[in-house]
Structures are given as C-alpha cells and as structure tokens.
Design a protein around this ligand. Structure first.
Ligand code: SAM
Length: 254
C-alpha cells in the first residue's frame, strides 16, 4: 500500500471506518474511496459537477437486465444510456470493451443506423503493459463482448489491438460519442484521450470512466484535472464519470 493510500484511509478515520475494517475488511477500500469521492464532490475539489445534457421527457432507455462486471455502476449505465438516447450519435467509439456492457448500452440506445465501434486487446493478449495491476486483472478476467453476444446484438465493430498502437486515422472527425475506459495508467489515458480527441466531431461528447478514484487511480484524476486547466471538463455527481465537449478538447489535445 502506498503512502498516499494510507493517508487517504487515515483522512476517513471514524468509529464506523474502524468497525468496517474489523467486520468486513474486504469492503474497506471501496468504502473509503466512496467517502473521499463524495467529500470531493461536496466541497468542490477536482472537476466541477455538471450534467452533459437533459434528455427530453418522452425518451425511454434500455438497460441489459444482467449486469456482468466491467466496473460501471447502475447509475453510470443509466447516464450513458440517457446520453446515447438524447444525443443520437451517428458513431460511438469505446476504448475498453471488457464484457461489452457499455457496448450493449450504446447499441441498445442508439439509432439502428448508428455505427458502434469498440476496441480492446486481442483475446490472446497476456498483458497490456499497463502499470496498474488492476488493469492486468481486467485483461485476464474479461469475456470479451460476452454481453452483446448473450443479448443477440451484432450491430457493432470489434477492434482488437493495443490502444497504444491503434491508428485513429480512419475515424478522424467522425465520432459523436466517445468513451475512454481501457488501461488506467497515465500513459495510456493520455494516449487514448489524444486519439479520441482526434476522432471526435466538434459537436460530440467524450466520457472517461474511473475519475475521482484514489490510490492507483489518482494519477488518472490528476491528468484530467491538469487537462481541465486548458479546456472545460466536468464530473457527473455520484459517479466516476468525467466528460468534456469535444470542441475544446480537440483544440487542446487533438
Ligand atoms: C474497465 S474495462 C472496460 C469496461 C467497459 N467499458 C464496460 O463498459 O464494461 C477495461 C478494458 O480495457 C482493456 N484494455 C486494457 N488495456 C488496454 C490497451 N492497452 N488497449 C486496449 N484495451 C485495453 C481491458 O482488456 C479491459 O477489457
């Protein structure tokens, strides 16, 4: 455990935290992480809270009944579904497929003519050369695109390559809705963000997952907060989603 993780834990010290440490030690990390994220939101640390859009009152969304991992909370799935439904993207690009829950959300909530593209490492990839052990665990535990398969959804393109070597040229200025959710170390997030910015249409929206986490995810938050000094970037309350309008993001890093 690193020094900043210990400090994060100490900063949440209370009788209830101590009680949890003894009664359910496996829950402690996520409890502290949730407390810290809530605290940051409440006092205005980090990115400002803002919702990307308000869907029309007559819209409905579709969520797969079975939630099969990947780290997205139910709240986050609902938000991505609502944005997809309201934005009506012509092209969606997701970096980090995992089991394809996000992919399914995009397919189920976009127009039938929409193009959904999702990128992940090839099935036989042993390692993603990422510096975060959690990423290696995700690579090892994924059942690539098992969710769309179980739902009988085939209307998407699966790209299989490391995002570091991925060439975004065929997609330049064509993506309306982007999600950066592959490896979580700074080198990858920066690479994925720059490539996503180049692929975005100016009118589009880019999301990042896992913003606001502490410990090993802290560098990701620092990178996005650094970016926010140069272009508008926001967080969505009660989630680990961050987002940016593509227009300024493209000017800044694209
Ligand atoms: C957090 S999961 C993605 C979750 C998914 N977006 C969802 O909605 O369920 C991260 C995924 O990124 C993939 N990944 C990790 N490093 C990668 C890299 N360098 N290039 C492409 N994909 C990578 C992992 O294999 C894993 O499936």
């Amino acid at each position: 455990m690193r020094a900043n993780e210990i400090l994060d834990g100490l900063s949440c010290l209370s009788l209830r935290t101590l009680s949890l440490a003894f009664r359910r030690p496996s829950e402690l990390r996520s409890y502290i992480s949730t407390c810290l994220r809530k605290y940051d939101e409440a006092v205005g640390n980090g990115l400002p809270c803002r919702s990307p859009l308000t869907p029309a009152e007559d819209l409905t969304i579709t969520i797969p009944a079975h939630h099969s991992g990947g780290g997205m909370s139910f709240n986050e799935l609902v938000i991505l579904a609502r944005v997809t439904k309201a934005l009506r993207p012509g092209t969606v690009f997701e970096m980090g497929t995992y089991n394809g829950l996000g992919t399914a959300i995009f397919i189920l909530n976009s127009d039938p003519s929409a193009r959904v593209v999702t990128l992940d490492l090839p099935p036989d990839a042993e390692d993603c050369q990422a510096h975060i052990p959690g990423d290696r665990d995700l690579v090892a535990s994924r059942h690539l695109a098992s969710v769309p398969r179980a739902l009988g959804l085939h209307e998407y393109s699966q790209l299989l390559c490391d995002s570091m070597s991925f060439d975004p040229s065929p997609y330049l200025d064509s993506v309306d809705l982007g999600l950066v959710d592959a490896a979580h170390d700074v080198a990858h997030v920066q690479n994925d963000t720059v490539k996503m910015a180049r692929m975005m249409r100016s009118s589009g929206i880019v999301f990042w997952h896992d913003y606001g986490g502490k410990g090993k995810l802290r560098p990701l938050a620092s990178y996005l907060e650094g970016l926010a000094t140069r272009c508008p970037l926001y967080r969505i309350a009660d989630t680990s989603l961050a987002w940016a309008p593509a227009l300024e993001l493209k000017k800044t890093v694209g």
